[in-house]
Write a protein that binds this ligand. Structure first.
Ligand code: EPU
Length: 343
């Protein structure tokens, strides 16, 4: 176990904003987690469990306890001739899990290559990229209840997965901390090449493998998305908005080439990055915060961004997109505290 007081979170959020927490605690197993949660002093303070901080925006100091898992490990829990159930500790870096699976030729998560963050947070967030969402391969999620201190295993259905959502995102409804993730991977993979740039990159190969997909995803990501180790960011800064077909048709009259993705209920999902780009905001900078010049959906820390810079830039983006397209953007990373969130 590790306990620190007045601890900087600069290296625990990939946007690298300069904020502090009153307490920072890390645990190595469920027993230690139980001891932290049972502590009377701890119970009086506000607490927040984080992963690698790749989807969090700390915009003020945190007057409470930040808790972080150090439960690691990737093991084969069960296997058949066709499938493998992989049990993964929540603190395992997500991309180490993908590398492990791909190096053995097991399919299911290769499209999710190179996403920053930890396995536990991936299960909370239902990460998605290039036509695959984590929910497609989740077998079950093991958790620790913060109120009853009991372990529980959620089947994939019980996780209530949706676009970047799960039951674990709503702590009011479900006070569970993810400890392990169980994935169902395929020994004879069927590749998912629906995403056009991926199909274009792989299409020419005679019999592409999961390694080829991982490599192509790496190339596509590097061309658009900044590496948080080099340029602070929190991935997509907004969710892709879903609007009515009538609203989309009005925009399409002016922009026939606007990308849109039909949803099951007849509505259309648009690309927030495209909308921001059309507003001419790519590269726009306020203080140390900027709209990434290769992908308008990502805001970056040019090195000295403050929380106020990020908020001012986000306010400008939301206001401009709303004025031009009548669409309200919603933030994708969680803001802390949430009341600072612009939209
Ligand atoms: N576009 C522009 N200008 C831009 C950015 C995008 O015109 O500056 C256009 C693109 O040309 C494309 C469309 O918008 O036609 C969509 O862009 P892209 O394919 O890059 O995907 P995205 O919608 O911007 C989503 C996810 C990403 C994920 C990619 C690939 C969300 C919020 N974001 O981005 O996830 O990697 O698809 O599947 O759903 C993340 O969640 O942090 C993340 C990076």
């Amino acid at each position: 176990m590790r306990i620190e007081k007045n601890f900087s979170l600069k290296d625990h959020n990939t946007f690298h904003l300069p904020v502090c927490t009153r307490w920072f605690m890390e645990y190595d197993n469920e027993d230690e987690l139980g001891r932290i949660l049972r502590d009377e002093y701890f119970q009086e303070l506000r607490s927040l469990h984080i992963g690698a901080g790749s989807n969090l925006l700390f915009v003020a100091d945190f007057n409470g306890i930040i808790v972080h898992s150090r439960i690691r490990g990737i093991h084969v829990a069960r296997e058949t001739d066709t499938e493998v159930i992989l049990r993964i500790g929540a603190a395992e870096p997500w991309d180490d899990v993908v590398r492990y699976a791909v190096s053995r030729g097991w399919g299911g998560i290769e499209n999710l290559s190179h996403i920053p963050g930890e396995a536990g947070a991936a299960a909370v967030q239902n990460i998605g990229a290039y036509g695959v969402e984590l929910k497609d391969v989740v077998d079950s999620v093991e958790t620790f209840n913060q109120l009853t201190f009991e372990p529980h295993t959620y089947t994939v259905d019980a996780c209530q997965y949706a676009y970047r959502r799960s039951i674990f995102k709503d702590e009011q409804r479900d006070p569970h901390i993810v400890t392990h993730l169980n994935l169902r991977l395929q020994k004879r993979p069927v590749l998912h090449l629906d995403y056009a740039p991926l199909r274009d990159a792989i299409g020419a190969l005679a019999s592409p493998t999961v390694s080829d997909v991982r490599e192509a995803v790496g190339t596509i990501r590097r061309s658009k998305l900044p590496d948080p180790a080099e340029l602070g960011n929190a991935g997509s800064f907004y969710k892709n908005p879903v609007i009515t077909a009538e609203h989309a048709a009005r925009i399409q009259q002016q922009y026939p080439a606007m990308p849109s993705y039909p949803q099951a209920d007849g509505s259309l999902k648009l690309a927030a990055g495209w909308l921001i780009d059309r507003c001419g905001l790519k590269g726009r900078q306020i203080g140390g915060a900027a709209v990434h010049d290769k992908q308008a959906l990502v805001l970056v820390n040019k090195g000295s961004a403050t929380a106020a810079d990020v908020r001012a830039l986000s306010d400008l983006i939301c206001k401009t997109v709303h004025e031009k397209f009548g669409i309200t953007l919603h933030s994708e990373p969680d803001w802390l505290p949430p009341s600072f969130q612009a939209a």
